[in-house]
Design a protein around this ligand. Structure first.
Ligand code: NDP
Ligand code: MG
Ligand code: MG
Length: 329
């Protein structure tokens, strides 16, 4: 079983004498920087010249410097720019890392797939909230936590884990529980989850269901409600009480139909495909493909994005959501 750390297991004293440079002020960066600052930890935000994030960081009351300057001042450098630009940003700041400093990540991709090769005299750690950044900030302000992950890739000081836990406590993750993992496990499970289930799997399920109904002659509006809108209600029940609460809440007919038909739709073939998708994550095939795609200027990515934006369910959904104010919440 995984080890889970809570507030009592973490001591922000490990960051008392430290300055944390938060490089990037986007989804995760703004939340980490503000939460650490509110936890009494010295923070400097590192942003490139002309950064569109500078005004936000300054009006939030934080010190802003260039990534190089921020890293030079810091003992812990938290890399919170998009994964695809991290290797270039790392090249700009690597000479500012002193022996015994910490290089900190919120996702293991660049370390695990060797896109960043840190020098062997720094600690390398990961603190990854399992949530978008705006919730990391909102939860902290509400005195609530955000579940997170902690991992150590390289420990030269002997207290890399303690310091990472201090960081996790500073951003509110040990309030909710922070699971110990490795860079490899975090990276591979994160990629698999978003590809096979969360982002890829579920959107394909929705589109295929919608298309099946519309092609059989049912109205687009009915297909949208059945295959997309109601998904939220089902997922909310699973989030609150697992599969059991969901099955309990739907009708017996829905339960019997789902239990007898679900595995026919997402069947052995789907399972084999999932295993292949996982293998491509594990053997680096996916990482190489994504890195090459970026180097080429994202031609396939742009094409796929456009096709998704143009799917009929998007236009139908936009119109219907506009008619029903309850969808705003
Ligand atoms: P964002 O896309 O929100 O980061 C945007 C920030 O990065 C902005 O401040 C932007 O500044 C800066 N930036 C962008 N490009 C560059 C560049 N070329 N050079 C310098 N700065 C740049 O990132 P996320 O917060 O989404 O992701 C950060 C890390 O957190 C990633 O490792 C990600 O995997 C991880 N993570 C993200 C989660 C999420 O929900 N978003 C969840 C858990 C982990 P500018 O205004 O100058 O462009
Ligand atoms: Mg330094
Ligand atoms: Mg992810």
């Amino acid at each position: 079983d995984a080890t889970i750390y809570y507030d009592d297991d973490a001591d922000t004293g490990y960051l008392d004498d430290a300055t944390v440079a938060v490089i990037g002020y986007g989804s995760q960066g703004h939340a980490h920087a503000q939460n650490l600052n509110d936890s009494g930890i010295d923070v400097v935000v590192g942003l490139r010249e002309g950064s569109s994030s500078r005004d936000a960081a300054e009006s939030d009351g934080l010190n802003v410097a260039t990534p190089q300057e921020a890293a030079a001042q810091a003992d812990v450098v938290s890399i919170l720019v998009p994964d695809t630009v991290q290797p270039a940003v790392y090249d700009q700041i690597k000479d500012e890392l002193d022996a015994g400093d910490t290089l900190q990540f919120a996702h293991g991709f660049n370390i695990h797939y060797n896109q960043i090769q840190p020098s062997d005299d720094v600690d390398v750690t990961l603190v990854a909230p399992k949530s978008p950044g705006h919730l990391v900030r909102r939860n902290y302000e509400a005195d609530e936590g955000t579940p997170g992950l902690v991992a150590v890739y390289q420990d030269v000081t002997g207290d890399a884990k303690e310091q990472a836990l201090a960081y996790a406590k500073g951003i509110g993750c040990t309030r909710a529980g922070t699971i110990e993992t490795t860079f490899r496990e975090e990276t591979e499970t994160d990629l698999f989850g978003e590809q096979a289930v969360l982002c890829g799997g579920v959107t394909s399920l929705v589109k295929q269901g919608y298309e099946t109904l519309v092609e059989a002659g049912y109205s687009e509006e009915m297909a949208y409600f059945e295959c997309m809108n109601e998904l939220k209600l089902i997922v909310d029940l699973m989030y609150e009480g697992g599969l059991g609460e969901m099955w309990h809440s739907v009708s017996d007919t829905a339960e019997y139909g789902g239990l007898t038909r679900g595995d026919r739709v997402v069947d052995e073939h789907a399972r084999e495909q999932m295993e292949e998708v996982l293998e491509e994550v594990q053997d680096g095939t996916f990482a190489r493909q994504w890195i090459t795609e970026n180097q080429a200027g994202r031609p396939n990515y742009d094409q796929l994005k456009t096709a998704e934006e143009n799917h009929e369910i998007e236009a139908v959904g936009e119109e219907l959501r506009g008619l029903f104010s309850w969808a705003d919440e």
